[in-house]
Design a protein around this ligand. Structure first.
Ligand code: BMP
Length: 244
C-alpha cells in the first residue's frame, strides 16, 4: 500500500497545486453555523490535499457524525481523509479503534511510534492492510518538551520503515532537522507530513523545503477571518516547491 498512497498523495499535490492538509480540530470556523461551515469546507476542499480529523471532533460529533462530514467532503473533490487519534494502546484495543475509523471512510490513520510495533501498533497496521488503508507513524513531535519522544527518532524510523502498511511519518515543522534526517534515511518511498507551521512558529513552507511532502495546518486556517484567502495564499508559498 505504500506505493499506492504515496503516488496518490503526490498526484493530488500535482493536480491541486498545494501541499496543505487541514487539521480540523474545531468545527465550525468562528461563529459559523454547522451548515455554513460545511459549505465553507466543501469549497475549501479544492485547495486541500486532505483533511485531518482529531479527537476533539470525534468527541463532539461521534464517529458517525464525523463520518457524515467526511463522506460529504469526499463527494466534492478528491481528498485524503486522515484520522489523527495518535493511536497508542495495546494490540487488541488498537484493532478496535482502527476498525471503527477505517470502516467509516478514513484513508489513513496516525499511530504513535513510541508505543512499539509488536503487541501495540501491529493492531492498527493489520486492520489498515485489510481496508487497503495506510498508517502514518508519529515519529517526533512539535511541542516544547517533545525531546522525550524525539530522541527516539532513528529507532522509530528504523523499526517502522520495515513494516508493510506504514506509508509515512509525521515529523515536526518546528524541528526541521528531524525532517531532513528522516528524508535522508527514508528516501522517497515514504510520505512525510509535517505540523507546526503558523501558530506554533515554524514559517509556512519550511517543512517542504527540508523534505516534507505535506504541511498540516489547523488554526492558521480555521481561526482565520477568511479561510479561503488563507488556503489560496498558502498555495503561493507551496508553488516555489513545484516538482520537488
Ligand atoms: P495548528 O496548526 O493549529 O497548530 O495544529 C497542528 C495540528 O497538528 C493539530 O491537529 C495537532 O494535533 C497536530 N500535531 C502537532 O501540532 N504536533 C505534533 O507533533 C503532532 C501533531 O499531530
Amino acid at each position: 500500500m505504500r506505493k499506492y498512497w504515496s503516488d496518490k498523495v503526490r498526484e493530488i499535490i500535482k493536480q491541486k497545486g498545494t501541499r496543505l492538509v487541514l487539521a480540523l480540530d474545531e468545527f465550525p470556523f468562528g461563529d459559523f453555523s454547522r451548515e455554513e461551515c460545511a459549505e465553507v469546507l466543501s469549497r475549501l476542499v479544492d485547495y486541500l490535499v486532505g483533511i485531518k480529523v482529531g479527537v476533539p471532533l470525534m468527541i463532539k460529533y461521534g464517529v458517525f457524525g464525523v463520518a457524515e462530514i467526511v463522506e460529504s467532503l469526499k463527494k466534492n473533490s478528491e481528498c485524503i481523509l486522515i484520522y489523527d487519534g495518535k493511536i497508542s494502546d495495546i494490540y487488541h484495543v488498537n484493532k478496535k479503534i482502527a476498525n471503527m475509523v477505517f470502516s467509516v471512510g478514513f484513508d489513513l490513520v496516525i499511530a504513535h511510534g513510541i508505543v512499539g510495533y509488536k503487541g501495540g501498533i501491529e493492531g492498527v497496521v493489520e486492520v489498515a492492510r485489510n481496508f487497503k488503508g495506510g498508517v502514518l507513524i508519529l515519529a517526533a513531535m512539535s511541542h516544547e518538551e517533545s525531546w522525550i519522544l524525539n530522541r527516539n527518532l532513528m529507532e522509530i524510523l528504523r523499526r517502522y520503515s520495515k513494516v508493510d502498511g506504514v506509508v509515512g511519518f509525521i515529523l515536526p515543522a518546528t524541528k526541521p532537522s528531524t525532517i531532513r534526517i528522516a528524508r535522508e534515511f527514508l528516501g522517497n518511498d515514504f510520505l512525510i507530513f509535517s505540523p507546526g507551521a503558523g501558530k506554533q512558529g515554524a514559517p509556512y513552507g519550511q517543512s517542504i523545503a527540508v523534505g516534507a511532502d505535506i504541511e498540516i495546518v489547523g488554526r492558521g486556517i480555521y481561526e482565520s477571518i477568511n479561510p479561503m484567502e488563507s488556503v489560496v495564499s498558502l498555495m503561493e508559498v507551496y508553488r516555489q516547491y513545484e516538482g520537488k
